[in-house]
Design a protein around this ligand. Structure first.
Ligand code: ZN
Length: 96
């Protein structure tokens, strides 16, 4: 035991995607968001082996956020999600 701990913290980069949709069951408006996070760290490298800098990591998380789409499942609003039978709930699992 060394008696101390070295904690390395890496700069976090995140982008939040927000999508508006309608509950496929009742048509209620729903908003869904997801935050994509990555860090600038020595393992996060470009194909040529160079460590990605802030703008590159930022572009990666933004691209991921831009591509994200909630599935039908995600858009079910809470009251409908609990009211549905397990089979009906599963039927909304497909992406819209
Ligand atoms: Zn609903």
């Amino acid at each position: 035991m060394s008696g101390y701990t070295i904690t390395e913290t890496y700069q976090q980069v995140s982008a939040t995607a927000r999508r508006y949709g309608r509950c496929p069951e009742c048509g209620a408006r729903v908003t869904r968001s997801r935050t994509i996070t990555n860090t600038i760290n020595p393992m996060n490298r470009r194909p040529d082996g160079q460590v990605k800098d802030y703008s590159e990591v930022r572009a990666d998380v933004q691209a991921k956020a831009d591509r994200w789409q909630p599935t039908g499942h995600d858009l079910l609003h809470e009251a409908c999600a609990v009211a549905l039978s397990p089979e009906d709930y599963e039927s909304y699992r497909e992406p819209l």
